[in-house]
Design a binder for this molecule. Structure first.
Ligand SMILES: Nc1nc2c(c(=O)[nH]1)N[C@H]1C(S)=C(S)[C@@H](COP(=O)(O)O)O[C@H]1N2
Ligand SMILES: [Mo]
Length: 213
């Protein structure tokens, strides 16, 4: 509309509309943060596996072509890094985690998932967090294919948790009948990782928040 002053950037709008979790600050642009090297995508070797405590006891696999044919959806969600920067208001595109869970369901006894990525990176999530409305196995951000350093061909986005709970280069999920710690959860980060409760480090855990260290 005319006469409304300067248009605002997406970051400015997002900063006004959503609240920042405690201790976070807004990051302009999109930094790259991860441990280890960026894996090279090999389309004919790539598969997405669902295993562990599945309902039928079998493994389920999709190759890249099959996975790319799953229903595409978008979710607007923030990314909160535990090192205190947040990127607000990104539009992620990809396959709802719920879709994969519906196609390859867990056994009734499953309570958690381990999300596995290239080079053995992993993150544990409660099944409810993984199947939540905003959990996305993302291929795109703001309409563009992810770049290699941001997780191409597939990364998990779970906006309600700290971003280490969203592996880049994700290759599968393991259904678990008891909680187990993932890569950072074993190395000093909080087992649950709720940014709104500032659950950053494992020393903040209360009884019941996670398995023994
Ligand atoms: N495979 C893998 N995924 C990962 C990480 C990692 O080290 N390895 N780091 C996590 C952390 S701590 C953050 S903050 C985000 C950063 O995503 P970005 O580099 O796209 O900003 O990726 C998450 N996913
Ligand atoms: Mo992070």
């Amino acid at each position: 509309m005319e006469g409304m002053g300067q248009p605002e950037s997406r970051e400015q709008r997002a900063a006004q509309e959503s609240e920042l979790p405690p201790g976070q600050r807004i990051q302009r642009g999109w930094p790259v943060t991860h441990y280890g090297p960026v894996p090279r995508f090999k389309p004919d070797r790539w598969e997405f596996r669902v295993f562990g405590a599945t309902a039928d006891g079998d493994k389920h696999c999709w190759n890249h072509e099959e996975f790319s044919a799953l229903p595409f959806t978008t979710v607007v969600g923030d990314l909160h890094c535990v090192t205190k920067f947040s990127m607000l208001g990104a539009e992620w595109g990809g396959v709802a985690a719920r879709t994969v869970v519906d196609l390859a369901p867990p056994a009734p006894s499953a309570t958690h998932v381990m999300v596995w990525a290239e080079y053995g990176y992993s993150a544990n999530l409660r099944l409810d967090d993984f199947t939540g409305r905003r959990s996305l196995l993302a291929t795109h951000k703001d309409g563009e294919l992810l770049t290699a350093e941001h997780g191409f061909p597939l990364r998990l986005v779970v906006p309600q948790l700290y971003a280490w709970k969203g592996p880049k280069w994700v290759r599968g999920i393991e259904y678990m009948t008891a909680d187990r710690r993932g890569f950072w959860e074993e190395r000093g980060y909080h087992n649950l990782g709720d940014p709104w409760r500032e659950q950053r480090y494992s020393y903040q855990e209360e009884p019941g928040d996670g398995p023994e260290l």
